[in-house]
Design a protein around this ligand. Structure first.
Ligand code: ADP
Ligand code: ZN
Length: 597
């Protein structure tokens, strides 16, 4: 039997001969030697770490067919074309091929002429493909973007779930799961579903020390972005991520009008236009790509100096993947994000109003909470980000919070209140926050009692506690908040828990500088409070928020500010029934907003 050294030298020869690289990077050598020896593995490697070689080289040195499963046709096409250019027999089977072409490839597979076969999970799971695979000698199953298998992953693809048949149907064929982005829960799920419990795990650090993180309060995102580029990255290549297509177009036009060569990229553009913009970005100097998250997968440009986010991403995994496109050459780069607490309220609302199942909604809210905690943290941003991936590092000294530490306060008394509330009535972070706020609201009727925190405020505190490990979330039990080892340590005074001293800063319309007089509170904050108000009755009745009252009606209330139940009746979308049911609490919410903080 060949020794590990033999495997190493033959894989190194393949690296040099076929790919023209002199040496392996990071964990590549270990992973490849392990897989080439016919063992299964789970590989966690940051974007750009060189995951594809981890299965491409074993495919070259092992006997039989390597099947690569990937969620994206475009990625597979790229890899297959590159491999073919390098003289490797790689094929992709998908529905765009003609019947003749498909038959030819299948015949070549049967004859053992194909080394690597790329498939979507859907294709793999067809009865025809399964039958074909049982007739040929298989070397390896490589499951790329393996996080897509996890329901609480940020990028769940239902068809990936079907891959759990691989260990059942092909128990002797080694499996290699690869991902750049998976929190602890997701990793556990991948391992369970792909039968990798006994497989070796290879994990590179998620740290990208050359990328400096900065989060700024959003007030005028476009101008802030322009200044950031002009002052820090003039003439540099960058990527700006926006949440919507319309915002992509506006932002690209804005930058262009101010002398920054910017191109839009989103799924609404024609394929030709997208390809052209991508080509320009890849080949011309100093182009800024303004894009939705549709852009980036498989883009391998080493000299991106900054990645900016104009909107809060929906998860840390997504954010990490996007910001990780900066500084692949190892030179200094910046990840810059503008954050506004109102965006967060909007995102939460969108999740709650989505068609997703209750469980899926809970997972998405949890993911969103984690990224909001990163935006609001008073601790080192790098350490907070890495902790999410279960890596514990000391403060970096380079991020914005390390360089200008925000004021903090002792979080233990708040943690105690949260733990007590969650013990009495177990629930998700959002439910416990609502409970705590409701308790304070009830106390509002007590003489001289001033409520300290709204549900939003409590949510912010809870997500900080979760981000710092002082509370946990149990996804197997309805995403309920649970105590952790650190909870006890903090409550017993053995470990400190520092939380940001102020509540998450408010947008500038309400800030001291531009604050309107008390008699005219800004519409946005009234609207935000009305949205919060709506959650309690919606939850009580177990219906979506909009059933209680439409957004449009809340907007009208926020602008018209009716003072009586009678006036409320005349707001479109309210009417006499809702006015009778909710009038008192709506008016109370309105007057609470106009009252001093
Ligand atoms: P990932 O899938 O982890 O994001 P890729 O497999 O696409 O990364 O590799 C990223 C880039 O690094 C590719 O251009 C690849 O050719 C290059 N690369 C991978 N391994 C090596 C190596 N050992 N030496 C030099 N370049 C490498
Ligand atoms: Zn730091």
């Amino acid at each position: 039997m060949a020794s590990p050294t033999d495997f190493y030298s033959c894989t190194l020869a393949a690296l040099r001969r076929t790919f023209g690289y002199p040496a392996f990077r990071g964990h590549q050598a270990d992973v490849i030697a392990h897989v080439a020896a016919g063992q299964s593995a789970f590989v966690l490697m940051p974007t750009g770490g060189g995951k594809s070689l981890c299965y491409q080289i074993p495919a070259l040195v092992r006997d039989g067919l390597t099947v690569v499963i990937s969620p994206l046709i475009a990625l597979m096409q790229d890899q297959v074309a590159t491999l073919q250019q390098r003289g490797v027999r790689a094929e992709l089977l998908n529905s765009t091929l003609s019947a003749r072409e498909t038959a030819r490839i299948e015949q070549d597979i049967r004859l053992g002429h194909v080394r690597l076969l790329y498939l979507s999970p859907e294709r793999l799971l067809t009865a025809k493909m399964m039958a074909l695979l049982t007739t040929v000698k298989l070397a390896l199953f490589a499951i790329d973007e393996a996080h897509c298998i996890a329901e609480w992953g940020h990028d769940f693809r239902p068809h990936y779930r079907g891959l759990s048949v691989l260990p059942e149907r092909f128990p002797t064929v080694p499996r290699l799961a690869l991902t750049a982005t998976a929190d602890a829960e997701t990793q556990a799920d991948i391992i369970r579903r792909l039968g990798l419990t006994d497989a070796r795990r290879f994990g590179a650090s998620f740290d990208r020390p050359n990328i400096q993180c900065v989060v700024v309060q959003k007030h005028d995102a476009h101008t802030q972005l322009l200044r950031f580029i002009q002052h820090r990255h003039r003439g540099a290549v960058g990527v700006v991520y926006c949440q919507s297509r319309a915002r992509v177009e506006l932002t690209a036009a804005f930058l262009d009008a101010h002398g920054i060569p910017a191109l839009p990229y989103h799924a609404g553009l024609s394929t030709r236009q997208r390809e052209q913009n991508q080509q320009w970005f890849l080949t011309r100097p100093g182009v800024v790509m303004v894009a939705t998250i549709a852009f980036g997968m498989g883009i391998d440009k080493p000299d991106v100096r900054f990645v900016a986010h104009l909107d809060v991403p929906v998860s840390i995994e997504g954010y990490y993947q996007e910001m990780g496109r900066a500084g692949r050459d190892g030179l200094p780069a910046e990840a810059w994000l503008t954050y506004d607490v109102h965006d967060a309220t909007g995102l939460i609302r969108r999740i709650k109003q989505s068609d997703a199942t209750a469980e899926r909604q809970r997972v998405r809210l949890h993911k969103l909470d984690a990224i909001l905690a990163l935006c609001e943290t008073a601790a080192c941003r790098r350490a907070t980000l890495l902790r999410y991936f279960d890596e514990h590092v000391a403060p970096c000294g380079a991020c914005d919070t390390c360089r200008r530490p925000p004021r903090t306060m002792d979080g233990a008394p708040l943690l105690r209140q949260i733990v007590e509330a969650a013990r009495r009535t177990p629930g998700t972070a959002h439910e416990v926050a609502a409970m705590l706020a409701e308790r304070e609201r009830v106390r509002q009727s007590w003489p001289r009692w001033r409520p300290v925190r709204s549900a939003d405020g409590w949510r912010a505190v809870i997500r900080q506690c979760v981000a710092q490990g002082a509370l946990g979330v149990d996804h197997r039990a309805g995403s309920h908040l649970v105590a952790t080892v650190r909870t006890a340590a903090v409550l017993r005074g053995r470990q400190p828990l520092r939380l940001p001293a102020s509540r998450p800063p408010r947008p500038p319309e309400t800030s001291a500088r531009r604050a309107p007089p008390r008699s005219a509170p800004d519409t946005a904050s009234i609207r935000a409070r009305l949205h919060c108000w709506r959650e309690a009755p919606a939850r009580a009745r177990g219906v979506p928020d909009h059933v209680i009252c439409h957004d449009a009606a809340l907007d009208l209330i926020a602008t018209k500010r009716p003072r009586s139940r009678f006036a409320l009746r005349w707001i479109a979308g309210i009417g006499p029934r809702r006015a009778a049911l909710y009038g008192t609490s709506i008016l109370a919410t309105l007057s609470a907003t106009t009252a001093p903080e």
